[in-house]
Design a protein. Structure first.
Length: 496
């Protein structure tokens, strides 16, 4: 007898038949990474908010199939569909599939006709959202629900939080009724094929590929990739693989850069290949010094840490806006003297204004402001200028002084240990081996900095722990700008 496949299993099937089989037969092999778990948490948060937005009078009923059991939830859903109140997480089983609707709203006061809304913590409608809606509509209708329409509620990234808990406008609807209703036969064919895969005794022999990360990072990657021998010099270390010929060669099975002829590579790719294979450092010292010569001392070296929220918590900010909460500034004077300034706000209040004022103070004066990957810092400074008109002239003047060290590194330097990456953490070990991120306590990268910040502003975090996080964040950001100073010293010819 065929099993009932949930919508999430059908979407797993749409990504990869092997994934569906593993989800059903070997679920313990699945390892979700931190990013996937964080995405689940954001999804729950947006879902909770959506219920309050769609049902401000709290007239609706929320079902919880995890605690009350699937069959009980299905039975209660049938009862509730005879009423005329919003229903959240109503379940339907039909045609070999099972689906739970985020939101069901009675149409026209309740003549047992319904409109379904699926809530996504995304800022645009993706193809897999459309498939999701098609499955929901098909199963609900097959189960006898009189479904008049289906919409997707997504986050409006242009919306600005007015404060005081007023989240009206955060979600916008896209009506997917016509498309979802037209795809019934397609969904039926997916279910039939997925049932056949589920009934297979053997694991499907599908090899890992680009589909493993799209639309979601698959939690079975370690299992599926475990048996394949790793290339000694992976083609993924080559920068910007864009040419069709190169892509085709890689899609055809070339995994090691020794399998790629030089004529298929551009200059930079050839450089990475030859220095990776030889193990020798590439450094165009004269070119790097010439790049930096127009930007003499005194100079500042700056780096920001940011946080973003799908559901903004600070008035005047947008969903997913990257809000700076910390900076480190190293200042190098004409005589080579080095001074350091830092800003970190763990109060839980919006750090933006204090950050902007402190940054202007730390970078006061003239001279270049060096960053590593200018797009990030200059965008944050421009956003602060847009929010605080009185600080805008100073902030925009600061942006005009920004000089990016990343293009210099990309053009003039490559060490085989970089493995195709020019992130400062990859470049640093060869340039300044005495500066090591691995020696930092607790916070060693931007993702960890965000988690640490979230923990620190949580009112439930004890003072001693908050103090410990503060020290870790300050040490991490300090190292980022000290690393830039060392890079500048090497590139400008001050240090060998
Ligand atoms: S890792 Fe890739 S091949 Fe393996 S189950 Fe997941 S999507 Fe399929």
């Amino acid at each position: 007898m065929p099993i009932r496949l949930s919508k999430s299993k059908l979407l797993a099937f749409r990504q990869c038949e092997r994934r569906l089989w593993l989800e059903l037969h070997r679920p313990r092999l699945r390892q979700d990474d931190g990013a996937s778990q964080a995405a689940f948490a954001v999804g729950h948060q947006v879902g909770d908010l959506a219920r309050s937005l769609y049902d401000p009078g709290r007239l609706g009923v929320l079902l919880d199939p995890q605690t009350e059991g699937f069959d009980a939830a299905l039975a209660r859903s049938r009862e509730l569909l005879a009423s005329a109140q919003p229903v959240f997480e109503a379940g339907f089983a039909a045609a070999g599939a099972l689906a739970f609707a985020d939101i069901l709203l009675p149409v026209d006061g309740g003549a047992r006709r319904w409109r379904m809304v699926e809530v996504k913590s995304s800022t645009s409608v993706k193809d897999y959202h459309r498939e999701d809606a098609a499955i929901q509509a098909y199963v609900a209708r097959a189960a006898g629900v009189q479904l008049e329409g289906i919409a997707l509620a997504r986050i409006d990234s242009r919306w600005t939080y007015p404060g005081k808990g007023d989240y009206r406008g955060l979600l916008v609807e896209e009506d997917l009724s016509a498309e979802a209703f037209a795809r019934g036969a397609e969904v039926a064919s997916w279910i039939a094929r997925a049932q056949a895969v589920a009934a297979q005794e053997d694991e499907p022999a599908i090899q890992p590929g680009e589909h493993c990360d799209s639309p979601y990072a698959c939690g079975f990657a370690a299992h599926c990739g475990g048996g394949a021998p790793a290339a000694e010099y992976p083609v993924q270390w080559l920068p910007r693989i864009a040419s069709r010929a190169l892509k085709e060669r890689i899609a055809g099975g070339a995994a090691d850069m020794r399998e790629l002829p030089d004529e298929l590579l551009n200059d930079k790719q050839r450089r990475v290949k030859s220095h990776t294979l030889s193990g020798e450092v590439y450094f165009d010292a004269a070119g790097a010094a010439a790049d930096l010569a127009p930007h003499p001392l005194p100079a500042c070296f700056i780096d920001f840490e940011t946080i973003s929220f799908a559901v903004p918590i600070w008035q005047g900010t947008r969903p997913f806006q990257m809000i700076p909460f910390q900076f480190s500034v190293h200042r190098l004077d004409d005589a080579g003297g080095l001074a350091h300034r830092a800003f970190l706000d763990l109060s839980g209040d919006d750090p933006s204004r204090g950050f902007a004022e402190a940054l202007l103070g730390a970078c006061a004066g003239e001279g270049p402001v060096f960053v590593y990957n200018a797009g990030f810092e200059t965008a944050r400074i421009a956003e602060l200028a847009a929010r605080f008109a009185d600080l805008a002239p100073g902030l925009l003047a600061l942006n005009a002084r920004v000089v990016d060290l990343l293009p210099v590194a990309r053009e003039r330097y490559y060490h085989p240990g970089q493995q195709g990456s020019w992130s400062i953490k990859q470049v640093l070990p060869a340039v300044a081996p005495e500066l090591r991120y691995e020696q930092l306590d607790g916070v060693q990268d931007g993702g960890a900095a965000m988690h640490a910040f979230m923990e620190a502003i949580d009112p439930g975090t004890e003072a001693a722990r908050r103090q410990q996080i503060e020290g870790q964040l300050l040490a991490y950001c300090h190292l980022d700008t000290l690393a830039m100073v060392r890079l500048w010293e090497v590139f400008s010819g001050r240090l060998e």
